[in-house]
Ligand binder design. Structure first.
Ligand SMILES: [Zn+2]
Length: 282
């Protein structure tokens, strides 16, 4: 099984919102904010090539919206996903599966393209797009607080073309690739757990977006239920710490992967490394 990190560009988000209840005097030592209190976020995707399937996890923000929309994201880097894939040796037609961990715009934006006539088209026309049924139902009826993150043009064109594939329970979609539901960040977020021999690599998605969010009090203000995230962290850490399994961070501008440990105050990152380093030492 081949694994590859795909850099789908960068955005900047409000540092306060990103670190929740943690005071700025503490979090700014980890990721310094700019003059507008913004901190950098990468949109880091994972590509899995098992010889039979080419599976892309998440699609970044894409580049089909207008400047007014993008202004709030303070983009930089390359958000043209087909181009980025090409640079990594893959064409859009080679992608057989896209796992949308959830439907927020910074994860589903690249799933659909806009052509010269303003038609929305699936960015991966030959792919099966996986999403949880709970997330789907949630996105169709968003509440006022989460609504701005759900843009129908990011997923309705997929639904209309019959490309969406819904999962309603934790499942192994292909050998050694598991989808696990979570509910603290948004309803029915899917973390992708990949079994590599006797170790696991976990694409946690926004459940654990950076190495800094390992420590219990660090929970994004975007989460719909911080208490649920806390519970999910406790359950997850119990499994992951004992076995030294590796977490892949999808928004961490500095750390790609990490393993964690428990001290008397809670859980922290023990060591961080690139995906390549993890695969080499495995
Ligand atoms: Zn996100």
């Amino acid at each position: 099984m081949k694994l590859k990190t795909i850099n789908a560009g960068f955005v900047k988000v409000d540092g306060g919102a990103f670190f929740g209840v943690v005071p700025k005097v503490l979090w700014q030592k980890l990721i310094p904010a700019d003059e507008n209190n913004l901190v950098p976020n990468i949109l880091r995707l994972l590509l899995i090539d098992d010889g039979q399937h080419v599976i892309l996890i998440d699609t970044g923000l894409g580049n089909k919206q207008d400047e007014k929309f993008f202004k709030n994201y303070h983009r930089y880097g390359n958000h043209n996903l087909p181009e980025v894939l090409q640079e990594n040796g893959y064409s859009v037609d080679q992608v057989t599966d896209v796992i949308l961990t959830h439907l927020h715009a910074d994860h589903s934006g690249g799933a659909v393209l806009k052509d010269g006539q303003n038609n929305y088209l699936p960015a991966f026309p030959k792919a099966k797009y996986w999403v949880s049924l709970d997330q789907w139902n949630h996105a169709l009826n968003p509440n006022q607080r989460e609504k701005a993150a759900f843009l129908p043009e990011n997923y309705m064109p997929l639904y209309e073309q019959g490309l969406l594939h819904f999962v309603d329970k934790d499942t192994e979609i292909y050998p050694n690739i598991f989808l696990k539901h979570r509910y603290g960040h948004t309803r029915g977020l899917l973390s992708v757990h990949i079994k590599l021999g006797n170790r696991w690599l976990i694409y946690a998605s926004d459940f654990l977006p950076t190495a800094y969010h390992i420590y219990e009090p660090y929970i994004m203000s975007y989460d719909i239920c911080a208490e649920k995230t806390l519970q999910e962290k406790a359950e997850f850490f119990q499994w992951v710490v004992e076995q030294d399994h590796c977490i892949f961070f999808n928004h961490d501008p500095y750390n790609e992967c990490g393993i964690i440990y428990r001290d008397k105050k809670g859980h922290k990152v023990k060591e961080t490394f690139t995906l390549e380093e993890f695969l080499a030492r495995k």
